[in-house]
Structures are given as structure tokens and as C-alpha cells.
Design a protein around this ligand. Structure first.
Ligand code: MN
Length: 225
């Protein structure tokens, strides 16, 4: 049984970037529907007692789609903040090393978001050797399936922005950039910043630092049921 985590902010906290009306659909209808559908599909199956990350790794078809969308949305809400923040510390240094500057990362992020055809997600991820990169995933696809550690994600399905921006995805992406929760991204980076990072495939291994991030998300699931 997977629970819908609470939003990490009030329903109207992100206005005018994301309206309370959008939250009403995106969180209370879409995200909740993925959780409900997933629970319906896994009831009485071997997935029923698994963690969300294990279900994502071991399923396909409708179970995968709904499980991945539950994770992707939880991660999206975590990626957003009503308070302005900026990259700092080790993450800032790594952005400068791998992209040249925060400004270049921003330009490439907006380009990745506006060129993703159809529905999907744009992620800042770390690959197993530590390199930062932007990653587009289609539909429900998630970096958890490919040994990549997500640091933040932007939902570019139309349901994420259509009420507030209509067809103007570019405008939504520019506003998203101003509302990234860099404290969360920095924390995710720090937790996975070591020389023995072995990738998310080994998440059952307690030495995989990314397990901590998933555990945080899942512990939150448990207390908010
Ligand atoms: Mn969505």
C-alpha cells in the first residue's frame, strides 16, 4: 500500500507561479489518481509489500507507469519552493565544473524543457561517476530506472501548466527556474557525493547513499496516511 505524501507547502504557496487551482487538479486529482490506481493494481500481488522504488525497478506496464508517476510527482513537489534560493556549496561548484555556470545550466534546462516532445519530465541528475547532466524522460519514465540520481525535476506534462500558462510552456519553464528548491537539490547532492557511489540499482544496499533520499520520501508517505 502506497500513500499520497502531503504537499511540502500550502496549496496557494506558489501563487502566482502555480495557482491553487492547478494544485487542486495536479496534486489532488492527478497525483492522487496515480496513487489510487497503483494500489488497485498491486493489491494481492507481490508488489503490495514492496517499497515504491522496488516496485518501479521490478515492474513494467501499468504498474510501472503508475508507480513511476507517484515517485515523479512526489519528487516534483520536493523540487519546488515558495522561498527564493540559489545553488550553493558543493552543488554550485559541480554545476560550475560541469556546465560552466548556473546561467548556462538554466539555458540548457529551458531548452531541454521546451524541446521535449509530448509529455514528460526534465531532470537534473547525477550519473554514477558523479557527472551532472540534464535528462529528459518521456511519459512516466524516471531516472531511477537507469542508475541516475535525481536532484530536481520539472513536470512538462500539459496538466502541470495549462491552467496557468495555457500553451506557453516556455514561460512556465522560466517561472519554474525561479522556484527551484535548491536546498533540497543541494541536500540530495550532498547525500550522494562520495567516491564510492554505486548507483541506484543497489538501493537495497544500505551503503547506497541515495537510499536515504528514497527513505525520506517513503517515511513521509507513512506518516501522512
Ligand atoms: Mn504531472
Amino acid at each position: 500500500m502506497i500513500n499520497l505524501p502531503n504537499l511540502p507547502f500550502a496549496d496557494n504557496a506558489l501563487e502566482p507561479f502555480i495557482s491553487e487551482e492547478t494544485i487542486g487538479y495536479h496534486y489532488y486529482k492527478h497525483h492522487a489518481a496515480y496513487v489510487n490506481k497503483l494500489n488497485e493494481l498491486i493489491k494481492g500481488t507481490e508488489f503490495d509489500k514492496m517499497s515504491l522504488s522496488s516496485i518501479i525497478r521490478e515492474s513494467d506496464g501499468a504498474v510501472f507507469n503508475n508507480a513511476a508517476q507517484v515517485f515523479n510527482h512526489t519528487f516534483y513537489w520536493k523540487s519546488l519552493s515558495s522561498t527564493k534560493s540559489a545553488p550553493s556549496g558543493k552543488l554550485l561548484n559541480k554545476i560550475n565544473d560541469d556546465f560552466g555556470s548556473v546561467e548556462v545550466l538554466k539555458e540548457e534546462f529551458i531548452k531541454a524543457g521546451s524541446t521535449l516532445f509530448g509529455s514528460g519530465w526534465v531532470w537534473l541528475v547525477r550519473e554514477p561517476k558523479g557527472q551532472l547532466m540534464l535528462k529528459q524522460t518521456q511519459n512516466a519514465h524516471t531516472p531511477l530506472s537507469s542508475n541516475l540520481v535525481p536532484l530536481f525535476v520539472c513536470d512538462v506534462w500539459e496538466h502541470a501548466y495549462y491552467i496557468d500558462y495555457k500553451n506557453l510552456r516556455l514561460k512556465y519553464l522560466e517561472e519554474f527556474w525561479k522556484h527551484i528548491n535548491w536546498d533540497f537539490a543541494g541536500e540530495a547532492y550532498d547525500k550522494t557525493d562520495n567516491h564510492v557511489f554505486i548507483g541506484t540499482e543497489a538501493c537495497n544496499d544500505i551503503h547506497d547513499p541515495f537510499c536515504e533520499i528514497l527513505d525520506d520520501l517513503q517515511n513521509q508517505d507513512r506518516v501522512t496516511s
